[in-house]
Design a protein around this ligand. Structure first.
Ligand code: SF4
Ligand code: FES
Length: 329
């Protein structure tokens, strides 16, 4: 086991744990943002640099600081390591720079993007970005591409996190036909001559995409996400590899889209098959379990009736307390 301190919070984690996962084991503000790391996808991380942290003490045996900021998703802890995340002005400054780089080519089309309201880049931009861009050159633009008949790739928005290529490799069955071609400014996601991905699990690329580059064609432009009602639901899926546990996004009596269930770090708990995602859009297809708790400080929770329930309970509690105090007096 290794003792590590992140932003003044001490914790003990198994040897070999990354700084990011050590921080996640405690949770809260000490957790660095992550745009490319995905705990369920082997090899992910190390691409986006949003998770940079400062190691101000390497270990008990060698207390020298690390000479430059390190990606917390790829750096493992050492016993006695001291890490600074949001307590380091240097880290915050670097993160601002990373956001600026990520936004160099990313269009600011949030008002019409399907990912708005649940976009990690949007959240990151608000938290760590600058109000204006210094970029004056022309942005890269691409034609929209169909990846199979259910997924649309909007390459302009892609931040090259590689997550979808890992899904193609590790989650979707069949021959790999999805990856990144070219390098540097020319790098782009491709299905090699736009070959459709037939795998039953290809839809998971949409869920892992941190921005709106991969969207569900069966739900595109259906509604702003904050006007929908996320509900946990399940069904007995005929695909043995699919748990059938999903979130259905309802508007009135209609199910507009179906996604995997995401945790506090926006990672799906279990990957789901394309039949559940794209073809089961009737309420009668699902056993509805109840409202989904959206943990992220997301605009989606702004509409939450759950919060109203909490407020109602608080008011009742205070009313009882006031009544008890009056009776006592
Ligand atoms: S399309 Fe999305 S998931 Fe794929 S590399 Fe680009 S940003 Fe990442
Ligand atoms: S999350 Fe660590 S580099 Fe992207």
């Amino acid at each position: 086991m290794a003792k590590v301190t992140i932003d003044g919070v001490e914790m003990e984690v198994p040897d070999g744990t990354t700084i990011l996962n050590a921080a996640r084991s405690v949770g809260g503000d000490i957790v660095p943002p992550a745009m490319c790391y995905y705990s369920k996808l082997e090899g992910s991380g190390g691409k986006c640099r949003t998770c940079l942290v400062k190691v101000s003490q390497g270990s008990t045996n060698d207390p020298r600081p690390m000479p430059k900021l390190v990606p917390s998703c790829r750096t493992t802890v050492m016993d006695g390591m001291v890490v600074e995340n949001i307590t380091s002005p240097e880290v915050l400054e670097a993160r601002k720079g990373v956001v600026e780089f990520l936004l160099i080519n990313h269009p600011l089309d949030c008002p019409i993007c399907d990912q708005a309201g649940e976009c990690d880049l949007q959240n990151l931009g608000y938290k760590h970005g600058a109000a204006a861009t210094r970029y004056e050159e022309e942005r890269r633009t691409y034609k929209k591409i169909d990846i199979g008949d259910k997924i649309k790739l909007h390459m302009d928005r892609c931040i090259l996190c590689y997550r979808c290529t890992y899904v193609a490799d590790q989650v979707a069955d069949g021959d790999r036909c999805h990856g990144i071609i070219n390098r540097g400014d020319h790098a782009e996601i491709s299905t090699y001559i736009e070959k459709a991905i037939d795998s039953d699990f290809s839809g998971n690329m949409i869920d892992v995409c941190p921005v709106g580059a991969l969207t569900d064609k069966t739900a595109r432009f259906g509604s702003r996400v904050w006007f929908t009602k996320p509900m946990d639901a399940h069904r007995d899926c005929e695909n043995p590899k699919c748990s059938g546990k999903v979130v259905v996004w309802e508007k009135g009596e209609e199910i507009l889209r179906v996604t995997g269930r995401k945790d506090a770090y926006h990672e799906v708990e279990e990957f789901i098959c394309n039949t559940c995602r794209f073809e089961k859009k009737k309420v009668s297809d699902w056993v509805i379990e109840g409202p989904r708790h959206i943990n992220n400080k997301s605009v989606i929770s702004a509409n939450h009736y759950e919060h109203l329930k909490d407020i109602k309970e608080d008011i009742e509690k205070y009313q009882k307390q006031v009544a008890a105090n009056i009776n006592k007096a």
